[in-house]
Design a protein around this ligand. Structure first.
Ligand SMILES: NC(=O)c1ccc[n+]([C@@H]2O[C@H](COP(=O)([O-])OP(=O)(O)OC[C@H]3O[C@@H](n4cnc5c(N)ncnc54)[C@H](O)[C@@H]3O)[C@@H](O)[C@H]2O)c1
Length: 356
């Protein structure tokens, strides 16, 4: 019975991963960790809560995390935990550095002191920044060029992951960068659930700027299957050439090559719900420093590990809208708990207190 330690497990992707993992490996022992702030929602784990050990801990707290390693001796670690909302990061960047950079290092250090079979760090397409006009896509060889407080904190995490990979090759560390995800259990502060839940309450969707920001979209099930593939693949030793070629490090970019503008995404939701578009959208001031376009290329994952996405965009998108229609209680209680989520970038933002 394999022992998994999954962080960020009460968030969107972490919870979906725990659900899929227990379908795939019903006997797995799952230790789920989340500090239950921000986008966390413990009810995301309701369907499996009796089958896992849940711990409300902070991944940047080495003593707390190492106590879990000592107790459970995990064999596989997947670090999904991160502060993940770009808008929030603009208002309150400090907690992003703590979770996304220091938290990444604490998790690695715990896996170094209490060795595991494989440690996978989940990163994001956003560490590569914005694509230049005419550039086709990012790959594992693209330089890190993060430009927002969220993505810069993730990129800081990436750098320490790369340093541990190269310095301690026996640790069996892997890292993934994924395109934008959609699917069930995503916090209603993110574009797709925010749009659906506003429309279902008869409100308009606020579209930032012209809405022509281009993103690469993937269903969360495909992200989870890619993470599982990378976690369990037998990878060869890191070659010496990786010192100057990051394409040779155990880093894999994940995408289904679905490039769509934000306006098109909102349009698909409006069409699926059968709402009059003239009544459904309002353009609002764009957030500062908003990336215009980013797309990622999954060829390495496809050719070296044989992974393929299984969900097509149209079908999985329609399923996602239907999930929010059918699970109104889930998002209504989330909104009741956390309050209406949204930012007015036309108004001055007050900085939130910096954590100690
Ligand atoms: N959502 C996407 O489109 C996307 C795309 C690519 C990569 N990612 C990455 O996937 C991971 C999960 O993203 P998500 O969309 O599920 O985000 P999310 O915000 O829904 O979930 C993240 C979870 O991590 C928890 N967390 C944050 N800091 C923590 C800490 N210090 N200790 C313990 N728990 C902590 C939060 O409470 C939250 O429940 C992140 O690392 C993110 O960067 C997300």
């Amino acid at each position: 019975m394999a022992v998994y330690l999954i962080t960020g497990a009460a968030g969107f992707i972490g919870a979906n991963y725990v659900h899929r993992l227990l379908e795939r490996e019903p006997d797995a022992q799952v230790v789920a960790v989340d500090y239950l702030r921000g986008a966390a929602n413990l009810s995301n784990l309701d369907p499996v809560i009796d089958r896992i050990s849940f711990h409300a801990e902070d991944i940047s707290d080495f003593d707390a995390i190492s106590a879990l390693y000592k107790k459970y001796r995990p064999e596989y670690v997947v670090n999904f935990a991160a502060e993940s909302h770009n808008d929030r990061a603009i208002v309150s960047p400090s907690e992003f550095m703590r979770s996304n950079a220091l938290g990444a290092q604490v998790m690695l250090e715990a896996s170094r002191q209490f060795p595991v079979q494989a440690h996978l760090h989940v990163s994001t397409i956003e560490v590569y920044g914005e694509l230049a006009t005419g550039a086709p896509f990012f790959t594992e060889r693209s330089p890190l060029n993060a430009k927002t407080p969220y993505s810069a904190a993730k990129a800081a995490g990436d750098q320490i992951v790369r340093a541990y990979m190269s310095t301690y090759p026996e640790m069996n560390i892997r890292m993934t960068h994924c395109a934008n995800n959609f699917g069930p259990y995503q916090s209603p502060e993110k574009l797709i659930p925010m749009s659906i839940t506003r429309l279902l309450r008869g409100r308009k969707v606020p579209v930032y700027g012209d809405g022509l920001q281009r993103r690469d979209w993937l269903h969360v099930d495909d992200h989870c299957s890619a993470v599982h593939t990378v976690l369990h693949s037998q990878l060869g030793p890191i070659p010496a050439e990786a010192a100057t070629d990051p394409g040779l490090l155990p880093i894999f970019d994940i995408s289904a090559r679905n490039e769509v503008t934000n306006l098109e995404i909102v349009g698909r939701i409006i069409t699926h719900l059968g709402i009059d578009p003239a009544e459904a959208i309002e353009h609002v001031p764009d957030r500062p420093n908003h990336d215009r376009r980013y797309i990622i290329e999954p060829t390495k994952l496809e050719t070296e590990l044989g992974w393929r996405p299984r969900r097509d965009l149209a079908g999985s998108f329609a399923d996602t809208v239907d999930w929010y229609v059918e699970n109104r209680g889930w998002w209504e209680s989330t909104l009741a708990d956390k309050g209406e989520l949204g930012f007015n970038w036309g108004a001055r933002q007050e900085p939130s207190p910096t954590p100690a």
